[in-house]
Design a protein around this ligand. Structure first.
Ligand code: PGA
Length: 253
């Protein structure tokens, strides 16, 4: 059994005071949701205060990115050591990092290994662009990304990592993928590759999320699918009522 996961990726949004307000607004609704793991990903400056506000609530916290080195002359970077005391999760390889900051599968692979070494759960993002989708290359691109990100990675338990399938063309566009298509891609591409690299048992126990224009109206369609274990939510995670309703939909499915 894979526990459903509702994750809110706040991206480059919310100052520290705004973070406090949003968490205070979210808490009653999110705490009333049962059977779903909930993780918030505010920006770096807000992590400390978020960890204090979330303490004892049962909700989890993650960072949106990190570097793979633990310390040293890497101006502007944040290391797993700096996150591990108050974060449980870290997003790695989001398509916006790949697109705007030139991250490669090799970089992401280093981040995955660094996260695991420091007991942070990496949420590893993969997804094809519109052009790759329209030329029928989605499966090929996803395979390459999953293989690249998981090279020489070992885990003993499926709960140590999460995969997020986020087609680039669906992110922030209001045009979500179809739940059927996502379910098939996870079953036929993502889990078989994980099985080959990590073993069948791990492949069946790693949670695979969908991300890309998830909202309270379409969330349930994804959550009812057997292969989709939750959602990585961007825009709708910044609106208190919407994110609570998405978490509720996960609980009902
Ligand atoms: P979106 O973003 O929900 O705004 O489409 C999802 C994501 O980028 O994680």
């Amino acid at each position: 059994m894979r526990t459903p996961l509702a994750a809110g990726n706040w991206k480059l949004n919310k100052t520290v005071p705004e973070t406090c307000r949003l968490i205070v607004e979210l808490l009653p609704g999110l705490q009333a949701v049962s059977g779903v793991e909930i993780v918030l990903f505010p920006p770096f400056p807000s992590l400390m205060v978020a960890s204090i506000l979330l303490e004892g609530t049962g909700l989890h916290l993650g960072a949106q990115n990190m570097y793979w080195e633990v310390k040293g002359a890497y101006t502007g970077e944040v290391s797993p050591l700096m996150l591990k005391d108050f974060c449980q999760y870290v997003i790695v390889g989001h398509s916006e990092r790949r697109k705007y900051f030139g991250e490669t599968d090799q970089d992401i692979n280093r981040k995955v290994k660094a996260a695991l070494e420091h007991n942070l759960i990496p949420v590893i993002c993969v997804g094809e662009t519109l052009e790759e989708n329209e030329t029928g290359r989605a499966a090929e691109i996803i395979s390459k990304q999953v293989k690249g990100c998981l090279t020489d990675v070992t885990v003993t338990n499926g709960s140590q990592m999460v995969i997020a399938y986020e087609p680039v063309w669906a992110i922030g566009t209001g045009r979500a993928a179809t739940a059927e298509g996502v379910d098939l891609l996870i079953r036929n591409v993502i889990r078989p590759i994980m099985a080959g690299m990590l073993g069948e048992h791990i492949a069946q126990s790693v949670r695979v999320l969908y991300g890309g224009s998830v909202n309270p109206d379409n969330a349930a369609e994804f959550f009812v699918k057997p292969e989709i274990d939750g959602a990585l939510v961007g825009g709708a995670s910044l609106k208190g009522d919407e994110f609570v309703n998405i978490a509720k939909a996960a609980s009902q499915a």
